[in-house]
Design a protein around this ligand. Structure first.
Ligand code: ZN
Length: 453
């Protein structure tokens, strides 16, 4: 819809939230000078095994306020009001929220042909706040077994995280925000208890014909909601499965890198850890267990977990339509399907590969544009959670050397010699199987984790 006919709302108001048993309701209003206000309510429903939050706990009050703010992204983006009306936060926290609502929504702004906002302001406190309460459950330093929450997306990454986390602690629990059939299946196959928080967006959001739409940094929403639940359950750690390649962006916009995976990147992990340290008195601690690893390395580890091969899906085409997973496992056409096939095939026998994917998506001529985009030979990196250009090229080269490219992929290898890494292939492959030391892992975990890698 042309901008001039879109309704204009001047203010986005974070109203309040209400606790009703296991439900937490967050209220928002878009207000305008010449239009009736638009009210929204988003609801989270905790499973019965999670004690409801007590807002008298200062840390919980901060987590609830933060969940209110992060979940507001879906409503704010509809009309992008210039003024934010919210409970005031510390100046450092305000900077955090301003970054989340600008660069964090980078893909949304870019794909809507909009510049990043330069003057968005979250209200700040003028007086010093009280110190964060001390987090009281045992920490790893006390030699108690750490209690770990594993974030589950239903893909290969969280399957690998489950297997590593079980080496560190017998007290692990899987978590997902919203229904996720494959996450539940992975947790079950890995022998982990699993909980999900039900999330209900306000239906009014889908009845705004002139509203803007687009991608939000969903991993930031998951980080806050999972940390809230981890706090309620007394978990020491919240562990994500974001790899090092998530830092590679898609495009540049006025000097800023726009990255579909911004909230899976190391910069967000750093910002979120700082937010937790400022506000939660030491815990729970959030980090990504796979940050030192490349996608190729994760694929190698996953290939060694055959029990989990029937229990995952990395297809976003199906997931967007059917998050409950009650349909076919792979669409065979989305960038995730094509990338996952390309990534896993070098590490699997033909039989295991066919068993997982049922077909070879790399043979399908309809996937040629996607494959070229993954290899860095097309127009741009797909807007999806896929690996770096180099990771795709290395896998493609390995399959070429294994003489396992056929159909469309074979044609691509013939037509585009630059699709293969030529000179330093072996060095590059080895480099991608070597963990880096750029991560946010707790130092006490390093010996166990590096032994597993
Ligand atoms: Zn797919």
């Amino acid at each position: 819809m042309p901008t001039q006919t879109r309704k204009k709302y001047e203010r986005f108001i974070f109203k309040d939230y209400q606790l009703e048993g296991q439900k937490i309701k967050f209220f928002y209003t878009l207000s305008a000078n010449h239009l009736p206000p638009l009210d929204f309510c988003e609801c989270l429903e905790l499973p019965p095994t999670v004690p409801p939050p007590n807002p008298q706990d200062q840390n919980l009050a901060k987590l609830l306020d933060a969940c209110h703010k992060v979940l507001g992204l879906s409503y704010y983006k509809t009309y992008l009001p210039e003024t934010i009306v919210a409970s005031p936060v510390s100046p450092l926290d305000a900077v955090f929220w301003q970054e989340l609502y600008s660069v964090g929504l980078g893909e949304f702004y870019f794909r809507n042909n909009l510049p990043l906002p330069q003057h968005l302001q979250f209200p700040t406190q003028t007086t010093q706040t009280t110190q964060a309460q001390r987090f009281e459950v045992g920490s790893i330093k006390t030699h108690m077994e750490p209690k770990i929450m594993v974030l589950m997306g239903g893909g290969k990454d969280s399957a690998v995280v489950c297997s590593i986390a079980k080496h560190v602690s017998n007290s692990c629990i899987g978590f997902s925000l919203g229904d996720n059939f494959w996450a539940a299946k992975t947790a079950e196959s890995a022998g982990l208890p699993y909980i999900q928080v039900k999330r209900t967006l306000d239906p009014a959001l889908f009845q705004l014909p002139d509203a803007r739409n687009g991608h939000i940094p969903i991993s930031a929403c998951i980080a806050f909601v999972s940390t809230l639940v981890a706090y309620l359950l007394g978990c020491n750690y919240v562990i994500a499965g974001n790899e090092r390649g998530a830092d590679e962006g898609n495009v540049e916009l006025a000097g800023t890198t726009i990255n579909h995976q911004w909230s899976k990147g190391s910069h967000f992990e750093d910002l979120f850890q700082q937010w937790c340290r400022r506000n939660l008195g030491g815990g729970p601690s959030y980090f990504s267990l796979l940050r030192p690893l490349s996608e190729i390395h994760i694929a190698k580890l996953f290939a060694q977990l055959p029990d989990l091969h029937p229990a995952f899906s990395s297809c976003n085409g199906n997931f967007k339509l059917h998050p409950q997973g009650l349909n076919q496992r792979w669409c065979g056409r989305c960038a995730k399907c094509v990338f996952t096939a390309l990534l896993l095939k070098p590490h699997l026998t033909d039989e295991a590969y066919r068993h997982i994917f049922l077909a070879d998506f790399l043979e399908n001529p309809q996937n040629q544009t996607t494959l070229l985009n993954l290899l860095g030979l097309g127009t741009m990196k797909p807007w999806d959670c896929v690996g770096t250009f180099m990771e795709s090229k290395l896998c493609f080269t390995m399959l070429y050397q294994q003489q396992r490219l056929s159909g469309m992929a074979w044609e691509v290898a013939q037509t585009y010699p630059e699709a293969c890494v030529s000179e330093d292939f072996r060095d590059q492959w080895q480099k991608h199987l070597t963990p880096t030391h750029q991560h946010f892992l707790p130092p006490t975990w390093l010996p166990q984790i590096y032994a597993y890698y």
